[in-house]
Design a binder for this molecule. Structure first.
Ligand SMILES: [Zn+2]
Ligand SMILES: [Zn+2]
Length: 374
């Protein structure tokens, strides 16, 4: 066969590969997983100081009405998490009213002293690693800042702090399936972490979660991605935002592939200051996948921040009351499922902005194949 005779066959092959890959693209990322503390490489320990927000420490003590280099960046941070409206743009380095207002709302949501100032306590909280889902959507919040506390009587009034997405979306079936992005090629050990995280929720509600290999048929899609991954919510490298998840019935669950994920072992004794506990983050994000927003209760799983080298995997009463409000109690659940909380919030905390598109990364991989074949 001559070279000119081979060409149509080769072109056909390339076309088929292109079509297949654009239909089910493969993210080109391999996340960093450390099965145990001992498996963390020495050079990583030496270079583990990066954090996209550590710069904010320099802004501690800034005063209203004055100008400081870097305040524009802080305003962008507050806008990302919903504390400054999306309509505002072209931020200046001026400590203006919008920043002071954002600070007050943030401080109320996180139970900090409400000063409207960039005090140490607030800055130390702002730089904490956290979930990428916003705390406030379209200016409304049902974390602390959106609540009306009943102070009309002398009784101590119990106020719930769990929240839902706008319209309280939830799954309308009980048997849910989940699948991992094939491109991540996760080990069974990593997959087992997600299985444990799902179990923590299925213990208290009558839902089941079963792993499937069919990513297209699964209700919940789990994947690790680096930086921009085509959904308008790029990840930011080590620490900063750790993961984000969409409200029902989207099922999209994305984790930052650049984090130093600890899979098993005691993360609290890790010598790596940027070590993040995978199961803790998974339990939180599954809360979003099921319909919960962020909570102001610091002990709750749905609290938006989690420090590195911290393990937090046990559902708090607040989480259980919230999720049972959506799905009822698992009949086999022995804990107290009769919520004492009477208030029900239906705000929009944590709502996700838009659906993902995967086509672009698939095409990039496909073109790589073409280049190889030619
Ligand atoms: Zn979250
Ligand atoms: Zn994403």
């Amino acid at each position: 066969m001559t070279r000119s005779q081979q060409y149509p066959a080769r072109l056909f092959m390339i076309t088929v590969i292109l079509i297949l890959l654009s239909l089910n693209s493969v993210p080109s990322i391999s996340a960093h997983f450390f099965p145990s503390n001992a498996s963390i490489p020495e050079d990583l320990l030496k270079n583990a100081t990066s954090n996209p927000w550590s710069f904010f420490h320099q802004l501690s003590g800034c005063h209203a009405g004055e100008k400081y280099e870097g305040l524009a960046k802080l305003k962008s941070y507050f806008q990302y998490f919903g504390y400054i409206p999306d309509s505002v743009s072209n931020f200046t380095d001026e400590f203006d009213d919008s920043l002071e207002s954002a600070l007050r709302t943030y401080q109320r949501n996180f139970n900090l002293n409400i000063t409207g100032q960039l005090d140490n306590q607030t800055v130390n909280h702002v730089v904490r690693p956290r979930c990428g889902n916003p705390d406030i959507v379209n200016g409304s919040t049902s974390m602390n800042s959106g609540k009306t506390h009943n102070t009309s009587s002398n009784h101590i009034h119990t106020v719930s702090h769990y929240t839902f997405f706008t319209g309280m979306p939830r799954w309308r079936k009980q048997a849910l399936t989940y699948a991992f992005s094939p491109g991540n090629q996760l080990t069974d050990e990593v997959k087992a972490v997600f299985s444990r995280a799902f179990d923590r929720w299925s213990t208290v509600i009558p839902l089941t979660f079963t792993q499937t290999d069919s990513i297209n048929a699964a209700d919940i899609h789990i994947g690790f991605y680096s930086g921009d991954h085509q959904d308008g919510e790029p990840f930011d490298g080590v620490l900063g935002t750790l993961a984000h998840a969409f409200s029902p019935p989207s099922g999209q669950f994305h984790l930052d592939g650049d984090e130093n994920w600890v899979v098993t072992g005691d993360v609290t004794t890790s010598s790596l200051t940027t070590a993040v506990d995978l199961e803790s983050v998974a339990v939180h994000e599954i809360g979003h996948l099921l319909g919960l927003g962020h909570s102001s209760v610091e002990e709750s799983i749905m609290y938006p921040t989690i420090s590195s080298r911290t393990k937090k995997v046990v559902l708090a009463t607040d989480d259980i009351e919230g999720i049972q409000m959506l799905y009822g109690s698992n009949p086999n659940y022995n804990g107290s499922s009769t919520a004492t909380v009477q208030e029900k919030e239906t705000g929009s905390s944590g709502a996700h902005r838009r659906h993902s598109t995967w086509d672009l990364s698939g095409l990039i991989v496909a073109f790589g194949f073409v280049a190889l074949l030619l």
